[in-house]
Design a binder for this molecule. Structure first.
Ligand code: UDP
Ligand code: MG
Length: 381
């Protein structure tokens, strides 16, 4: 039974942010008191999903798999994941996200997962796309680490233990991204993906060989602040670096598709990649200071306007040139109008970014840990 409770009454053990929060947005399912995913607490800390506090210990790993019309892969993928993760000896949960499939994928998943308490199937109401499907999985994931992989069995679950090991290596990475060193696709698909990887690496400054590989391991806390709009799943490593995360890559296996069809056309993704790339670049560099971007363009346009106007005046004064029919005069006027508009747009964007940050209690910075001097303790965030 679902019952709403005022979170002021929720004991601390169920939610570490609850005592300070006055938003009655917790509900109980049977014995479990559950935070509502995505809710901002009054003091600005966002609760993603704290079910682990009440629904038994959180697993070490959450495996999130987006599935769209993968009926032929569902059962085999489930069996393979269970085999590998059981052998690895880690506690885990499986989260399959059915992204509005119409071919019976949901039924196949239900049949495969029947009786497995560690498996969940998130059924989306319609086909939202891979990014949204991943986001839906991230929202309910409880593991310390989150592993994502494609539901078409092209990614090899046997790589998961190595990805998890790498995540804990050295100082600890926040993302370990798979790198398919031996791609099973033909040249027509490898070439655009090669160009896209180069372009994304160059523009975001996060150099990875294979942005398109879905097989990745994340520390869950870095995913908390990442929302995947459009087809942004490719850029998660760059977005993680943007919030200060440590990113690395690891060679992984790639296998040919044995069932179902690819959902993406050969060149169909090019326009989306370029547009998403522009958004990521803008967000990474100018989200807190958009006027620096628009203002620079505006000032350049105004400078050009006055330079052209100067030429027109010299033409008039020194050579008696006609002002009315002079195209340079119109050019100058156009530059002035554009320059003023772009600067105004920058000022409006400044207002928007303030609303964006302050309405959601978002910070301009991300804290990794707070190191306390006295007892020599650190709080990992
Ligand atoms: N996918 C999804 N929603 C979509 C399109 C794809 O969840 O709208 C899933 C799909 O089921 C697969 C993964 O995303 O598990 C990658 O899709 P696909 O294999 O078609 O991409 P490719 O490997 O060809 O790049
Ligand atoms: Mg595939």
């Amino acid at each position: 039974m679902r019952r709403w409770v005022d979170c002021r009454a929720v004991p601390r053990r169920t939610c570490r942010t609850a005592p300070a929060c006055r938003i009655p947005l917790f509900f109980s399912v049977g014995e479990h008191i559950v935070c509502f995913p995505g809710v901002e607490h009054e003091h600005g800390e966002r609760v993603t999903n704290d079910m682990e506090k009440s629904a038994g210990p959180a697993p070490k790993v959450s495996v999130v798999v987006p599935m769209y019309n993968e009926v032929g892969n569902a059962a085999a993928l489930y069996a393979e994941l269970v085999e590998v993760l059981d052998a690895a000896g880690v506690s885990y949960e499986l989260i399959f996200v059915d992204d509005g499939s119409t071919d019976g994928t949901l039924e196949a998943l239900k049949a495969a997962c029947a009786g497995d308490e560690g498996a969940q199937i998130v059924e989306l109401r319609r086909n939202y796309g891979k990014s949204a499907a991943l986001n839906a999985g991230f929202d309910i994931a409880r593991g310390e680490a989150v592993v994502t992989l494609d539901g078409d069995r092209q990614n090899d679950p046997h790589d998961i233990p190595a990805l998890l090991k790498k995540l804990d290596e050295g100082q600890g990475y926040d993302v370990v991204s798979g790198w398919r060193t031996k791609r099973q696709e033909n040249l027509m698909r490898r070439f655009p993906s090669h160009v896209a990887n180069g372009l994304i690496s160059r523009i975001t400054g996060v150099h990875l060989h294979d942005y398109g590989c879905c097989l990745k391991a994340y520390r869950r806390e870095v995913l908390r602040d990442i929302k995947l709009y459009g087809e942004m799943h490719r850029f998660i490593p760059a977005l993680v670096r943007w919030v200060g995360g440590r990113v690395t890559e690891l060679p992984v296996n790639d296998r040919p598709r044995t069932a179902g069809k690819t959902k993406f056309g050969r060149l169909g993704r090019t326009a989306e990649v370029i547009l998403d790339l522009m958004t990521v670049k803008f967000m990474m560099h100018y989200l807190t200071k958009p006027i620096y971007f628009f203002g620079r363009i505006g000032l350049l346009l105004l400078f050009m306007a006055f330079t052209v106007l100067g030429i027109v005046i010299v033409q008039k004064l020194c050579y008696g040139a006609d002002m009315t029919g002079n195209p340079l005069l119109y050019l100058s006027v156009t530059f002035v109008i554009l320059g003023v508009l772009v600067v105004l747009m920058g000022l409006m964007m400044e207002l928007l970014t303030r609303t964006y940050h302050e309405s959601q209690g978002r910070k301009m910075y991300a804290i990794r840990a707070i190191h306390r001097g006295r007892r020599g303790q650190s709080d990992e965030r």
